[in-house]
Design a protein around this ligand. Structure first.
Ligand code: FES
Length: 355
C-alpha cells in the first residue's frame, strides 16, 4: 500500500514509530512480572511500496472473482444440459455421475475462488498496519462507540472497497451469482407428489402375495394365531419403485374368530375371520411386527403404539393418532385371497398430519 492509503496521510513507518508500537519493549518489575517483548519491526509489503505490484494483486483478486462467476455459470449450464444418467470416468474415483461431478466441481471452484480472492485481497491490498490497544472495561462508553464507528469507516476506506471498483464489482458479481446454485438444486427435488400418496397398488382383484414365499395366499394358508405379511401381486423386489410402493402397500394378515370381531365394518371387510390391515404404523411409519395371539393386539416396536385388531385396529396405547387402515378382502374364482379395492384412507402417518 502506498502513502495514499495511510490514515491521515502519514507514512506507515513514521506512524508506527510515532505510536511507539514497533520494537517497543518493557522490562519486568514488581507490578508487571512478565516482560513485554514488543512487536517486531514492521516490514512493508511489496504492494505497499510498489504501485505496479498493487495493481497486479488487484488484477489477481479480480481474476479469482471472475473465475467464480464463470464456475457458477458452469454449474447452471451443467445442471440444465448434462443428462441424469450420463456417467464419466474420473481417475482414481472410477465411474461417477457426470452431472454430480460437474455440479460438485463447479460449485467448489465458485466458492473457493470467492474465498481465495477475499484472502488475497486482505493479505496484499488491505491495510497492513498493526495496532495495539489497551484493555478496557467491556462496557463501551459513547466515546468508544464513536471511535469504533470511526475505525470501521476508516477500515472500509482502507480496504479500498469503494476505490477499487474492479474488485468491488467482480466480488459483488460473484456473490450475487453463487446463490443461484442453491436455486438450481431446488429443481432436483423432483416433481410434486400430486395424489400419489392417496393411492397404493391395491385394487379390486389384486391377489395377496405372501412376502416371505412370494406365493399368492389362500385362506387355508392363514392359520389362527399367525401373523402373515403380504404385498400386491405383480410387485417384485427388483422393481425400481419397490421401496416406495411397499412402503404404502405392505399388509398384515391375521385370522381371528369371526365372533371375536367387535367392529361391524371390520367383519364385513374380512373373509372367514381373516383381516388385512396396513403394516405401516400411523405414528411415524415404522413397520408393525409384533402380534399378541391372546389379546389380538399388534404392537409397533418403535414407540409401543398398540392397536386392537378385534376392534377396527383402533389405538389402545401409545402415540399413534389413528387406527390402522383396513383393506377389504375376499377370494377370487380360483380360491385366492384378493383385494376388493384400495385402502379407503391414506396409509402411514405424515399424510394424516398434513391433513
Ligand atoms: S412409529 Fe409406531 S409407535 Fe411410533
Amino acid at each position: 500500500m502506498g502513502n495514499r492509503d495511510m490514515p491521515e496521510g502519514r507514512p506507515r513507518a513514521e506512524q508506527s514509530a510515532g505510536d511507539g508500537v514497533h520494537g517497543a519493549v518493557s522490562v519486568a518489575d514488581e507490578e508487571n512480572p512478565f516482560a513485554d517483548p514488543g512487536v517486531p519491526p514492521h516490514e512493508h509489503r511489496i504492494q505497499d511500496i510498489d504501485e505496479r505490484a498493487a495493481k497486479r494483486s488487484e488484477r489477481a483478486v479480480a481474476l479469482l472473482f471472475t473465475v467464480s462467476m464463470l464456475a457458477t455459470i458452469g454449474f447452471i449450464v451443467s445442471y440444465l444440459l448434462i443428462p441424469n444418467d450420463k456417467s464419466v470416468f474420473v481417475f482414481p474415483l472410477g465411474h461417477l455421475s457426470a452431472m454430480n461431478f460437474a455440479l460438485g466441481l463447479t460449485l467448489g471452484v465458485a466458492l473457493f475462488c470467492i474465498g481465495a480472492g477475499a484472502v488475497h485481497w486482505a493479505r496484499t491490498l488491505m491495510s497492513d498496519v498493526e495496532i495495539a490497544d489497551d484493555r478496557h472495561p467491556i462496557e463501551a462508553s459513547p466515546e468508544v462507540r464513536a471511535k469504533v464507528h470511526a475505525d470501521f469507516r476508516q477500515g472500509a476506506a482502507e480496504s479500498g472497497f469503494g476505490r477499487r471498483k474492479l474488485i468491488r464489482n467482480t466480488l459483488l458479481g460473484a456473490m450475487a451469482l453463487v446463490p443461484l446454485t442453491g436455486l438450481m438444486l431446488l429443481g432436483g427435488l423432483g416433481p410434486a407428489p400430486g395424489t400419489k400418496l392417496r393411492h397404493t397398488l391395491w385394487a379390486k382383484g389384486k391377489r395377496l402375495v405372501n412376502m416371505n414365499t412370494n406365493q399368492p395366499l389362500r385362506p387355508e394358508d392363514v392359520a389362527v394365531g399367525s401373523l402373515t405379511f403380504a404385498m400386491p401381486d405383480g410387485l417384485a423386489e427388483h422393481d425400481e419403485d419397490f421401496q416406495n410402493e411397499i412402503a404404502k402397500a405392505a399388509l398384515m394378515i391375521v385370522r381371528l374368530q369371526p365372533d371375536d370381531i367387535k367392529d361391524k365394518r371390520e367383519l364385513d371387510w374380512s373373509h372367514q375371520g381373516i383381516v388385512a390391515y396396513s403394516k405401516i404404523c400411523t405414528h411415524v411409519g415404522c413397520p408393525i411386527s409384533l402380534y399378541e395371539q391372546q389379546t389380538h393386539h399388534v404392537l409397533c416396536p418403535c414407540h409401543q403404539s398398540t392397536f386392537d385388531l378385534t376392534d377396527g385396529a383402533r389405538v389402545i396405547f401409545g402415540p399413534a393418532g389413528h387406527a390402522l387402515p383396513q383393506l377389504r378382502i375376499g377370494v377370487d374364482s380360483e380360491g385366492y385371497l384378493q383385494a376388493l379395492g384400495d385402502f379407503e384412507e391414506p396409509v402411514g402417518p405424515a399424510f394424516w398430519e398434513r391433513g
